[in-house]
Design a protein around this ligand. Structure first.
Ligand code: PRP
Ligand code: ZN
Length: 283
């Protein structure tokens, strides 16, 4: 038995999805125009699909699980469960208008908004009591105002360069989104077991990505202060150096507080600080 995973065929999430599998020790060959690939070293079949179709395929059981943006999950309203956020593919669904327009809260009233997210867009308008007209189009939404098809758009913004190139400015955020792992609502025991094995690897990869291994030398009298700064997984490892009165301290630091901690460690007397990326981390 193999677990069937749907990922995006081409586009923003494709490369990161492939890389995640790769870091999980799952090798997937993606031949040109290939629909499906059987993974090496893990009972997994990977299907390459249009991201918009992934929730439907997972709901219908064509795939058991999928990697897709929350934006698509919320737009499509299919019966699937979100299992885990994946930390990549961050973007937002926003309303944008031509850059030279003077925007205010009443601007959208009676206007035409082009979008490929009719559900989320109309939900947003309703919630905010805005009476506007939605024009559903499936691609190249950003050109709609320029060709006179709409007054505004509601589309995904990641770096913002698509808006910039098309002379548009972001004025409202409808939804913040990132890539998530979704699953079919009913998986059998064997499928769940495989999913849990995969989730275990994903969490090890993600934890490792957020942490760095730190090695430093310090005079013994500085150690209490240094221990206070280093949480480590349990407590830091301490090894005596050949030079009397000095120790080597090893620990793990979180990306978020990394620079702040390194500065504090230096001030506390740490020397020769080495920072090493962590390949996998099982806590
Ligand atoms: C989105 C959106 C824009 C672009 C914005 O498309 O439709 O075209 O990304 O990114 P930027 O702010 O970095 O320029 P996406 O890649 O999701 O493709 P799809 O909508 O065709 O699936
Ligand atoms: Zn898409």
């Amino acid at each position: 038995m193999r677990l069937k995973l749907a990922i995006q065929k081409t586009g923003r999430l494709h490369a990161d999805s492939m890389e995640l599998l790769n870091h999980c020790g799952i090798e997937v060959k993606n031949g040109h125009n290939q629909l499906m690939s059987v993974a090496q070293d893990f009972p997994l079949e990977v299907y390459f699909l249009r991201d918009d179709d992934i929730p439907q395929y997972v709901q219908d059981g064509v795939a058991d699980i999928g990697i897709v943006g929350e934006n698509i999950v919320y737009e499509k309203c299919k019966e699937v469960e979100m299992v885990e956020t994946l930390g990549f593919g961050k973007c937002r669904l926003s309303i944008a208008v031509p850059r030279n327009e003077e925007y205010n809260s009443g601007f959208l009233k009676g206007k035409r908004i082009a979008t490929s997210y009719p559900f989320l867009c109309s939900q947003y308008l309703k919630k905010n009591g805005i009476d506007a007209e939605i024009h559903e189009i499936s691609g190249s939404v950003e050109i709609a105002p320029g060709i006179g098809l709409a007054d505004a758009i509601c589309d995904l913004v990641s770096s913002g360069s698509t808006l910039l190139i098309n002379g548009l400015k972001e004025v409202e955020t409808v939804l913040e989104s990132e890539a998530v792992l979704i699953k079919k609502t009913s998986l059998d025991t064997e499928q769940l077991e495989l999913l849990n094995r995969l989730l275990f690897r994903i969490s090890a990869v993600r934890t490792a990505r957020n942490n760095k291994y730190v090695l430093l030398n310090a005079p013994n009298e500085a150690l209490p202060k240094i221990f206070e700064l280093l949480p480590g997984m349990k407590s830091p490892t301490v090894l005596p150096l050949a030079e009397e009165g000095w120790s080597s301290v090893h620990s793990v630091l979180n990306e978020v507080e990394f620079w702040e901690k390194i500065e504090a460690l230096k001030n506390a007397g740490a020397q020769g600080i080495l920072v090493v990326p962590i390949e996998k981390m099982i806590v």
